[in-house]
Design a protein around this ligand. Structure first.
Ligand code: MCN
Length: 793
């Protein structure tokens, strides 16, 4: 059922957009020719390693670097006092209630999570550097720690940032509390639940890494790093290490996945750059897998109490959500946006809910900073909405599919203004539900479920009607909400005089196949062969400006910017063609790469020929500048709201707690698809991560803040054998406000999958009265849930 790929040379220009062309980036990736940061070698390069706290919370009494300094091969050892720079990591999203305690790149008085950096060592050799980092003698006085956001907000909790008085990082609400209270007063049914969304470790295949070189002659500092947004990193790092932005060059070589973890500005990359500048020598730092587990920003970490009000006909009349969200020990770059605007605004789900109120308290806790991880806020919202929809349907004894259908925003109701600030652009939710029910053969499935129960076999069906917001956002609106950056995207498209094209885009792909899909967009807009288009990303020296890749924004915002730049080229080329035809511009038509006069298609000139003329500049219109290139800054009008219906069918063994996934059906609507194969791949990857959360993953800390799941042996990520065949289908409801009609797909699967699985397992266990099991649904937890309900006896 998987989509067949096509070789680019077999695709006509007019069909290039929307074709499942093979990803052009794969041959180099799968034959070992890719260049990752750790592959970079420089003459005289030194290596940096970091001394990190092994305590979750402690004061630093003293730091003795003498033993490390005396080791053979050690070049320098630095602590906080050695760097005369601002040295504090900034927060890129501010809220009125937000507290912003200092986030130093090296701790000097107190450590607040296991992995907090205290010193760095630079040595000739990576292993010597690590050994010396271990030899830095830090005298700690251990403090009580707290890792759970609910507990961190209690009066007697140990306080992380004493100057703040308590652990409240932010206090935020959205929606109409009074109206929502009134809905509950009048409700025929009220459904309540406590829902947890555990800490996740992003686990990109390639650990974070940096190679920095400083040219003392020119003052240029060149930093190769694992980045999802080099231009943003340039801006942030220039402040942290006090280096002029125009003298800082950030490049992301091939990046082995990020899932959000490589958006943020961490201490380590800034420290590597500082060491290179201090020592005037290239310096490399590569995180060990242990450091990845201890220091990459975590995802999720929510504890929620939710209430849903229904009238006597089963219509939702109110939704009240109270969430305690962990922000970790310090605020990471975009952390404040994640449990607030990326979460609360999605709590209407696919439903017409007349009253919603959400209150979020953010807590400082003794775990690494918590920030965006694939989905960022939207999986947490979708989990709450879709778990509650399932619980409510059970409460009033309605079929979960029909209960959802009854409450959907109707296909004719778009644009739809929710009660939580956002306006959905377009959608047709019944269509994806119907596709999924058809794929499942739903009625037959329910009959089989009944029959099997008589044989003591327990199958369950879980539905997840998810919505997400991507392509963030109109810059002005984002600014009003607290963003400290614009959220446009920029591109430069240049047609060379021979007619080949180089397109530079400010996004920075790291596995999503932008080289392929962007070339499809350009080839389509300009009517040139796909193979004649080269895409450049991820380099502040080559790409004029950019905001990067996250929030599934690249197709909707970056792609739209590319289409806009290419459109400008066509317009300039049209003027040159009109000049050649001695005709008015309005009479010149452009089709499949050729200009001709209206009604005279046989006499045409190709855009490549025009490019030659544009650079020769011997005969172009008066007052026209030579050359054929265009830049644009595309600022979206709105978010775009992809949606879909994921359904999971499981069989659960109540005696062992084991879950067998029989089927996983994913129906997604991401608007027009640039490349259906890449869309399918993104859904597969996302679902794998979502099922990983539901079944296996979860960072666990003990009472001291010590990470108990600090390796791949203890923190289970799903392997191919754990993932069922994912049956994908799609519907197409174009985005009405961007030139390509596209919505994002990069996070859809991760947002949809966890609750599809949990809903399925609890559906299977209805005969045992099991309504909720905390993720991950390990066999032990499933078995305990059955036992706690009397084991069915
Ligand atoms: N696409 C398409 N048609 C659409 C929408 C998208 O063909 N209607 C294509 C795009 O052109 C792009 C890909 O699908 O090639 C993903 O596009 P988009 O949804 O715009 O997402 P981004 O490219 O902005 O990628 C970010 C997104 C996020 S936020 C995370 S997290 C994530 C993800 O992508 N991390 C990934 N997918 C990942 N895939 C890999 N391999 N590695 C990661 O770290």
């Amino acid at each position: 059922m998987s989509i067949e790929t096509i070789d680019a040379e077999d695709v006509e220009v007019e069909e290039v957009l929307g074709s499942a062309i093979k990803r052009r980036e794969d041959p180099s990736l799968i034959t070992g020719r890719a260049e990752y940061t750790d592959d970079i070698q420089r003459p005289n390069m030194a290596h940096m390693a970091v001394t990190r706290s092994q305590y979750g919370h402690a004061t630093i009494e003293s730091i003795d670097t003498s033993e490390a300094e005396a080791m053979d091969g050690v070049i320098a050892v630095y602590t906080a006092e050695d760097f005369d720079v601002p040295g504090e990591l900034p927060v890129g999203w501010l809220l009125d209630s937000l507290r912003t305690p200092a986030h130093p790149i090296l701790a000097s008085e107190r450590v607040r999570y296991q992995g907090d950096a205290v010193a760095v060592v630079v040595a000739d050799d990576r292993y010597v550097a690590q050994e010396a980092a271990n030899a830095v003698d830090v005298d700690y006085d251990r403090l009580d720690a707290v890792t759970d956001p609910d507990e961190a907000l209690e009066d007697d909790a140990p306080v992380l940032h004493e100057e703040e008085g308590d652990n409240v990082a932010l206090d935020w609400e959205l929606g109409d509390a009074e109206k929502t209270d009134a809905a509950f007063e009048d409700a025929a049914t009220v459904v309540e639940a406590d829902l947890h969304n555990q800490y996740l470790i992003p686990n990109a295949m390639e650990p974070r890494a940096t190679v920095a070189e400083y040219n003392a002659g020119s003052g240029d500092l060149e930093v190769n790093m694992t980045s999802q947004n080099p231009h943003l990193h340039r801006l942030l790092m220039s402040g942290v290490i006090d280096h002029p932005e125009h003298k800082l060059h950030i490049r992301a070589p091939d990046v082995g996945g990020g899932f959000g973890s490589k958006i943020h500005h961490y201490a380590d990359e800034a420290l590597t750059a500082l060491c290179a500048r201090e020592l005037e020598r290239p310096v490399k730092w590569v995180a060990t897998r242990t450091e990845t587990y201890e220091t990459d920003a975590l995802g999720r970490g929510h504890v929620t109490h939710a209430k849903m009000a229904l009238d006597e006909d089963g219509n939702i009349t109110g939704f009240d959500v109270d969430t305690k969200a962990s922000l970790g020990a310090y605020l990471s770059t975009f952390a404040p946006a994640v449990p607030t605007y990326l979460y609360g605004t999605l709590l209407s789900g696919q439903y017409d809910i007349p009253a919603i109120h959400v209150a979020v308290e953010g807590a400082f806790t003794n775990v690494p900073p918590v920030d965006a991880y694939r989905g960022a806020g939207r999986p947490e919202a979708s989990y709450v909405v879709e778990r509650m929809m399932t619980l409510a349907a059970r409460e009033i004894d309605e079929d979960p599919a029909e209960f959802r259908r009854k409450n959907f925003v109707g296909a004719d109701d778009f644009p739809y203004q929710t009660e939580v600030a956002v306006e959905y652009d377009s959608g047709d939710y019944e269509k994806t539900l119907d596709e999924a029910l058809d794929a499942l053969d739903y009625d037959e499935l329910r009959e089989r479920q009944e029959e099997l129960r008589d044989e003591d076999r327990y199958i369950g069906v879980g539905l997840s009607a998810y919505i997400e917001a991507c392509g963030l956002a109109p810059s002005e609106l984002a600014g009003q909400l607290g963003a400290q950056a614009g959220l446009w995207e920029s591109s430069l498209v240049r047609m060379q005089s021979s007619g080949t094209v180089t397109a530079y885009c400010g996004t920075s792909g790291h596995g999503q196949g932008h080289g392929t899909t962007y070339a499809q967009i350009i080839a389509d807009e300009l009517g040139v062969p796909y193979d004649d288009v080269e895409i450049v990303e991820g380099d502040t020296d080559e790409v004029p400006q950019g905001m990067g890749t996250y929030g599934s924004r690249s197709a909707a915002v970056g792609g739209s910017s590319l289409a806009t730049s290419a459109g400008k080229i066509v317009e300039k080329a049209r003027q040159i063609a009109a000049h050649q035809f001695e005709a008015d511009e309005e009479d010149v038509e452009f089709e499949n790469g050729e200009f001709h006069l209206a009604g005279a298609p046989d006499e045409s000139v190709t855009i490549q020929e025009i490019a030659g003329q544009a650079y020769l500049a011997h005969d172009i219109p008066d007052d026209m500048e030579p050359g054929l290139e265009a830049t644009s800054f595309y600022d979206p009008e709105n978010f775009t709201f992809p949606f879909g219906l994921h359904a999971c069918v499981v069989e659960v063994d109540p005696e062992s707690g084991e879950i067998d996934i029989e089927r996983y059906v994913a129906v997604d609507d991401v608007g027009n698809q640039i490349n259906p194969k890449i869309v399918e791949g993104q859904v597969h990857g996302g679902v794998a991560q979502g099922l990983g959360q539901a079944l296996y993953e979860g960072a666990q800390y003990d009472d001291n803040g010590t990470l108990l799941t600090g390796s791949m042996q203890d923190y289970v990520v799903p392997k191919a054998e754990h993932i069922p065949e994912i049956e994908t289908r799609s519907t197409v409801t174009p985005c009405p406000h961007n030139p390509l009609g596209v919505k994002g797909v990069g996070e859809a699967g991760t947002i949809a999958a966890p609750q599809a699985l949990v809903n399925a397992v609890t559906d299977a266990l209805q005969p045992f009265g099991v309504d909720d099991i905390e993720m991950p649904l390990t066999p032990e937890r499933v078995w305990r849930a059955v036992e706690e309900n009397g084991g069915g006896n």
